[in-house]
Design a protein around this ligand. Sequence first.
Ligand SMILES: *Cc1c(COP(=O)(O)O)cnc(C)c1O
Length: 220
Amino acid sequence: MPLQDIKTRISAAETAAGRRPGSTTLIAVSKVQPLERVQAVLEQGQRCFGENRVQEAAGKWPDFREKFDDIDLHLIGPLQTNKARQAVDLCQSIHTLDRPKLAKTLARLAQESGNCPDIFIQVNTGEEPQKAGVLPGDADSFVAECLALDLPVRGLMCIPPVQEEPALHFALLAKIARRNGLDGLSMGMSSDFETAIALGATHVRVGSAIFGERTPAPAA
Ligand SMILES: *Cc1c(COP(=O)(O)O)cnc(C)c1O
């Protein structure tokens, strides 16, 4: 059972790193997966899930919430400002805050509704032009800006460049978090979550290792 295997590997990685058992949250990344696979993982007791598109999340999670209690939904993909309200209504955490305009919008929505998802700031540790996230050199001032807006900033998130050693990026993210007094580290995916745990990940985002390979949307 892939879910149980991943949980076992997470526990082993925590132990190997001398970390407290259960100190890593497993986010099961259900984007693009057939609903019956997601349902099967819910039936195995998993409640924490990640989606990368608001629209797609809005299409499936309200129905699952009618059937399963305590679903904890994390938005891990880019968030357009005009979808922020929907994201705030739907998700308990947003991992991809990366610009002042979105920070201000989230702060305003939080004030209006008296409620705000937990926030992770995405850092573009590889400084890749096509990738979202604040640059490492801008991270400290952006964290301060978000805290000044009273946003509940829990930590930082990164997606390392595919062709590079992820450990370097995880270590950089941990260093930036530490100097900003942030505890949360959203890092590590199917291929590298054990490395991420060794370097302090509090949230790992694992998709294909739990659900199987993602087939493109129109596939049979
Ligand atoms: C899809 C995705 C994941 C999960 O990737 P896998 O390799 O399937 O584990 C993790 N994080 C983000 C931001 C993603 O978009």
